[in-house]
Ligand binder design. Structure first.
Ligand SMILES: Cc1cc2nc3c(=O)[nH]c(=O)nc-3n(C[C@H](O)[C@H](O)[C@H](O)COP(=O)(O)OP(=O)(O)OC[C@H]3O[C@@H](n4cnc5c(N)ncnc54)[C@H](O)[C@@H]3O)c2cc1C
Length: 448
């Protein structure tokens, strides 16, 4: 057991883009010293979905730092400069960069940040009540199995999300039935299959379907796409609606009554779910191309369909999907060799966080209770904070998993840690008003 006597101001759990942005923004803030642990051997952003041709769903400005400080050395433009690719990017004339490039950019930043330590899994945390209380964080060096202990005044949880796999799809051979998050790991299996079915209609499901459709002529498999939704609906990403991914909307949503938030959040599906228009266009154009000539399409797109269960075919290869077209209430069975599950992700709260239940306040659904500035509510007034990046959609709204707003969140967290405004925050960032400005509300009540 190796003990590090240093007292860090902040210990970070997980190094995905959210905590990596925090580490990069902290690099220029001498008042706050942080250390961040990541269990993976290296930074790799959703590796199973780094499909060639896929691009970011946000402009390159939503890099690790630019929305906080465009002059910060960890900016995407500085990465481009250091790689002598400014003219390449200049003539690309596109705001959205390839997903693979975003991953490479983050890896470039990681290599400059010794505060980010990889191959180290946080396995336990406890609050040590001394004159100056602190958190003791136990870290497992994944490769060696060695354990180390670190001390920190505050924690930030950036443990991200996990693929959400419905019960009915669990427990089946992973090489045949797997989540989109593992697509590239199983692409060879797909190429050797006679039939493949994609279930779900989010961006990941659409990207996987497009990739399989592109390769279908080379491998000849039957390809189907099933969704419970009423259609393969496009994401609502027109400019005024994108303003929901702004600090203004986060503050407005946070101010709403708790009991209304859940209903409002579930009515905003198409702001963050759905498929990007260009992905739908690519798919349609391919289908149109393949429909030229007499050859019938070896592709099926079925909406309004719930997959209730999936069983291995008796004595043979492949699976039977017990489905129902829920509008007609018509059950049917669909067969497939491979089933790719595109049912999204669920926030991941590590079990050991519950070792802090004596200080953390949870809500009635065992969810985090989060303050506007991303600190968890505590049962008692201790000088140690726990900031959270994930599982905050219910409190802070649709933008919680958005890369651009992660930088805003980090500005708020750093200003709170440094007890001064290191990164200026502005209230009016967008054209539309969500709430009624206080001043106008007062006037109207006055007139009556
Ligand atoms: C395929 C895909 C594409 C996306 N594209 C976009 C996009 O273009 N634009 C956008 O705004 N958003 C996008 N998102 C949404 C969101 O930005 C990402 O999910 C983003 O990765 C969230 O960052 P994170 O740091 O919270 O979590 P993650 O990237 O999930 O990272 C969390 C990290 O924590 C580590 N970890 C967990 N527990 C521990 C532990 N106990 N000890 C040490 N490490 C631990 C995990 O290994 C993981 O690396 C996308 C999501 C997906 C799945």
């Amino acid at each position: 057991m190796v003990n590090d006597q240093k007292m860090y101001d902040l210990i970070g759990i997980g190094v995905g883009p959210f905590n990596l942005s925090l580490a990069a923004l902290l690099d220029g803030v001498p008042e706050v010293e942080g250390i961040f642990f990541e269990q993976r051997e290296k930074f790799d952003w959703h590796p199973g979905m780094l499909i060639e041709g896929t691009k970011m769903q946000v402009p390159f400005l939503a890099d690790l730092v630019t929305m906080a400080d465009p002059t910060n050395p960890y900016s995407f433009l500085n990465y481009i400069t250091e790689h002598n690719r400014m003219y390449h990017f200049y003539f690309l004339q596109r705001l959205e960069i390839p997903r693979r490039e975003y991953n490479d950019y983050c890896q470039w930043a990681v290599n400059k940040l010794p505060s980010c330590q990889f191959g180290k899994r946080v396995v336990d945390v406890k609050h040590v009540r001394e004159k100056d209380p602190y958190f003791e964080v136990e870290v497992l060096e994944v490769a060696s199995g060695k354990k180390e202990k670190y001390r920190g005044k505050n924690l930030v949880i950036g443990s991200g999300s996990h693929p959400a796999m419905p019960m009915s799809f669990q427990g089946l051979p992973n090489e045949d039935v797997f989540h989109t998050a593992e697509f590239l790991d199983h692409q060879e299996r797909c190429r050797s299959a006679k039939s493949i079915t994609v279930v779900g209609s989010g961006q990941s499901a659409a990207e996987v379907f497009r990739e399989l459709l592109k390769e279908q002529p080379d491998f000849g498999y039957r390809l189907d796409w099933l969704t419970r939704s009423s259609g393969f609906l496009s994401m609502e990403d027109t400019k005024l609606n994108l303003e929901h991914f702004s600090p203004d909307y986060v503050n407005y949503f946070y101010s709403l009554p708790e009991e209304e938030k859940e209903q409002i959040f579930s009515s905003q599906d198409l702001l963050y779910k759905g498929i990007s228009a260009h992905t739908i266009t690519d798919i349609y154009n391919l289908l149109y191309e393949y429909s030229v000539g007499a050859q019938p399409l070896n592709v099926g797109l079925q909406v309004l369909t719930e997959v209730h269960d999936i069983v291995k075919k008796a004595g043979g290869e492949g699976y039977e999907l017990k489905c129902e077209q829920w509008q007609q209430e018509k059950p049917f069975t669909h067969e497939s060799d491979v089933v790719i599950v595109g049912t999204g992700y669920r926030p991941f709260v590590p079990d050991f966080i519950h070792h802090l239940d004596d200080i953390i306040k949870w809500d009635e659904n065992d969810q985090y209770k989060v303050r506007p500035d991303y600190r968890l509510y505590k049962k008692e007034d201790i000088p140690n904070e726990i900031y959270v990046h994930s599982a905050i959609s219910k409190s802070h709204g649709v933008g919680s998993t958005n890369l651009g707003l992660a930088v805003h969140r980090n500005k708020v967290i750093i200003n709170h840690l440094a007890k001064k405004e290191v990164y200026p925050l502005s209230n009016h960032n967008v054209f539309q008003n969500f709430g009624i400005p206080q001043s106008e509300a007062d006037e109207s009540t006055g007139n009556e």
